[in-house]
Design a protein around this ligand. Structure first.
Ligand SMILES: Cc1ncc(COP(=O)(O)O)c(C=O)c1O
Length: 480
């Protein structure tokens, strides 16, 4: 039986706070202002503590166990990031404060812009966009503005590989440009012949995710960027999978002109569930003055450096109120400074090693369409089990919940039937990976011996199978 909700625990007169006796004259709120009773729950402190602790137990999180949600980079978030983000000098700043009174925060933003530029091989960085998807929109708007500034207004097409995340075509459409889909070839790369066929003077650019959403490094990357540039287009990099090449390769030196970084993924902020993120955008020199602003700038005025806001001269404008999601930026800064250059490289190396370990140990049971290639930070298996024709990827994922793991990403990328996209991240130990492998093998055995167990899963969760689309669209947080 579900436990009572906080309102159901309410009892008239029960209190959870004791306020000191009033020592100032009392006034009452005029009836005209009070439209109806507030109907707040009357509960004790222990009721409240138990209620929220119980809720927190219902919520699976990366602090509890492996969260191999492909493309989402659910890595462990070091607690030092939280400690720094909560320092009163950062946490209690007001966004409208005069920059002269927030020089420490400005120095942090300036430093972060520089570090991200260095890591990605870019000339300039804006920290404004608040998610990867918004970074994409920003990047496409920058590309559009660049073409317009050169008087090349007929370029209204963006080429998008068929393995791309849905946000890529969505961002393109929001920016008012047309999407042209480019198929992948048999090795999981962009099909070069099909790309060449589309390259003409209507192309504003290509959006490329590298490594792509199959977890594969784009083998023809340099050729692709050369071809697009030759045709007069620009190359957008979707940096959502940057964790795989962090500290190893610089997209800005490989022909990517503009790229977003999902700071909340690669640089470690708790994310998911719609919380604050950051989709910082890096650009090559030719695009730097189109960046959204304001940007943190350092003024060299002799002695102490001073920081102020600067709007790039041909900016596409603001894309976010105030100055980005500052708390996420503090965490990213802390993460980078704690790891240093060698630590960042180790992140990518271990992320790739862990994914390849899982791929090698699972591909005999779960088909991996590109399993002959070394994967990067993730790989895409198929939820198809020999001897269990009725079992689907969703059944496997739901059964994983019973066995104590968060499921992988399901049914994405769209070009792999029954896709299970698995990203273990660098922060998982060999023991954790082995227990995940064991769970996946157990499920494969159960699929053959007792398929109903999978079809009816999950058995251990507070709710069973939900209509996930409806659950997201019509969020219902009360019982009954
Ligand atoms: C490949 C790829 N691109 C873009 C995005 C969008 O990023 P965000 O969720 O930060 O908007 C995601 C998110 O999962 C992604 O996986």
């Amino acid at each position: 039986m579900p436990e009572a909700l906080l309102f159901e625990k309410s009892r008239p007169g029960r209190e959870g706070v004791s306020v000191p006796r009033c020592d100032v004259p009392q006034t009452s709120i005029p009836d005209s202002l009070r439209r109806s009773s507030l109907s707040l729950p009357e509960v004790s402190e222990v009721d409240v503590v138990r209620h929220y602790l119980r809720l927190s137990h219902l919520n699976y999180c990366v602090d509890e166990g492996l969260y191999p949600l492909g493309s989402c980079t659910m890595k462990y978030n070091p607690k030092v990031n939280e400690a720094v983000a909560r320092l009163p000098g950062f946490a209690r700043l007001h966004p409208l404060q005069d920059p002269s009174t927030a020089q420490g925060a400005m120095a942090l933003l300036f430093g972060l812009q520089g570090m991200i530029a260095e890591i990605g091989g870019f000339h300039g960085v804006s920290l404004q966009p608040s998610a990867g998807a918004q970074g994409e929109l920003t990047g496409i708007l920058i590309m559009r503005a660049w073409h317009a500034a050169r008087g090349d207004a007929k370029r209204n097409r963006i080429l998008v590989p068929d393995s791309a995340h849905g946000t890529n075509p969505a961002s393109t459409s929001m920016a008012g440009l047309a999407v042209v889909e480019i198929p992948s070839d048999r090795r999981g790369n962009v099909d070069l012949l099909r790309l060449r066929a589309q390259l003409d003077d209507r192309v504003a650019g290509l959006m490329l995710t590298n490594p792509n959403t199959l977890g594969l490094f784009e083998e023809n990357l340099l050729e692709i960027t050369r071809l697009v540039h030759e045709a007069g287009g620009l190359v957008y990099g979707d940096g959502a999978n940057f964790n795989a090449i962090l500290g190893v390769a610089k997209p800005g030196l490989m022909g990517i002109d503009v790229m977003h970084f999902n700071l909340h993924k690669t640089f470690s902020t708790p994310h998911g569930g719609g919380g604050p993120g950051s989709g910082a955008v890096g650009v090559v020199e030719a695009l730097a003055e189109f960046l959204p602003g304001p940007l943190a700038a350092r003024v060299a005025a002799g002695g102490e450096p001073r920081y102020e806001w600067r709007m790039p001269s041909r900016t596409i404008g603001r894309v976010k109120s105030f100055n980005g999601n500052f708390g996420v930026l503090v965490r990213a800064y802390t993460y980078i400074r704690m790891l240093g250059a060698e630590g960042l490289r180790a992140v990518a190396e271990n992320a790739v090693l862990n994914a390849n370990y899982l791929q090698a140990r699972l591909k005999d049971i779960y088909p991996v369409p590109h399993g002959d290639r070394t994967c990067m930070h993730e790989f895409v298996a198929q939820g198809k089990i020999a001897g269990a024709p009725d079992i689907r990827a969703l059944d496997i994922s739901k059964r994983l919940i019973d066995l104590g793991f968060h499921p992988p990403t399901n049914y994405f990328p769209l070009i792999v039937p029954e896709a299970l996209m698995i990203e273990p991240t660098e922060t998982e130990s060999r023991e954790t990976l082995d227990s995940f492998i064991e769970a996946m093998r157990t499920i494969a055995r159960e699929a053959v011996s007792d398929p109903a167990l999978l079809h009816d899963a999950p058995h251990s969760s507070p709710v069973r199978r939900l209509d996930e689309v409806k659950a997201a669209k019509e969020l219902k947080v009360t019982a009954g």
